[in-house]
Design a protein around this ligand. Structure first.
Ligand code: ADP
Length: 259
């Protein structure tokens, strides 16, 4: 139903290399990195060989999410090997290359060059490479998607109107580069109180589905605002690797992409 498999069929005829699935958002803080990490783990649980590139050059968070902070990638013939993680997903991030806490103050072209090296690495038999894009819709994003041609893109948004407007902008960015948007995800959708079980909607609910509808894009599903998603992520334990409703939310999304 959703485009990624169709894109894969098309890519099978193309030169080898993993299929790139870009995860984008119109603005920061909507859970794009969290979704990228958990989608990668969920796709790996579907039996695919999955890698992840943290293209958020200025604010890398994937080494923390995958609990492989401080590990330097090995290299051969001036190409890097992905850094392994406990969850079967190889990861490459600027965070693996800089010393702890050092600010990255590069100009656009250097950032794009670095990003190219993360993508043109020894990905071996990796089938799907999830790319966690930087937030927003600027030049680095456009260069990246034009140069590395993702087979498809997922847009993540919270249900707030402002984030939605930004999501529309993200869609325009992908369309400008002829990258098919395979669907939208609503993150932080509905909050289950850990004490009383009451469900509330701090950011509203259903807005992303409505927007996807308006934009003619598939709606892939929602991920609730759940404290355990944040604590698990911070502790390097992607919820998608575990059991229960949190894992199921991400596994459902992965099944939408690769039935
Ligand atoms: P982005 O990559 O869009 O900037 P992050 O993935 O870094 O966003 O998420 C921002 C913060 O929100 C992080 O602390 C993350 O753990 C938290 N977060 C993301 N999604 C959820 C969720 N569904 N439930 C609870 N916390 C979440």
């Amino acid at each position: 139903r959703v485009g990624l498999m169709a894109e894969r069929a098309a890519a099978e005829a193309a030169p080898k290399g993993p299929l790139i699935l870009a995860v984008g958002s119109g603005k920061g803080g909507v859970g794009k990195s969290t979704l990228s990490a958990n989608l990668a783990v969920a796709l790996a649980r579907q039996g695919l060989k999955v890698g992840l590139v943290d293209a958020d050059i200025y604010g890398p968070s994937q080494p923390r999410l995958f609990d492989n902070e401080g590990v330097k990638p090995e290299a051969k013939d001036s190409k890097m090997f992905p850094v392994p993680s406990r969850h079967g997903v190889g990861v490459l991030s600027m965070g693996h290359l800089i010393e702890d806490g050092r600010a990255i103050a590069w100009r656009g072209p250097m950032a794009s060059g670095a990003l190219g090296q993360l993508i043109d690495a020894w990905w071996g038999d990796t089938q799907v490479l999830v790319v966690d894009l930087p937030p927003g819709t600027g030049d680095v994003q456009l260069t990246m998607i034009q140069k590395h041609k993702p087979a498809g893109a997922v847009i993540v948004s919270t249900p707030q109107d402002l984030a939605l407007m930004d999501a529309r902008r993200a869609m325009n960015l992908f369309e400008a580069a002829h990258v098919p948007v395979v669907g939208m995800v609503e993150n932080m959708s509905g909050y289950v109180c850990p004490h009383c079980g009451n469900v509330s909607d701090p950011f509203g609910c259903g807005g992303v589905e409505q927007a996807a509808d308006d934009l003619g894009l598939p709606f892939l599903g929602r991920v609730p605002l759940d404290l355990s998603i944040r604590t698990g992520s911070d502790a390097g334990q992607p919820p998608a690797a575990g059991e229960g409703p949190q894992a199921e939310a991400f596994l459902r999304l992965a099944r939408q992409l690769v039935p």
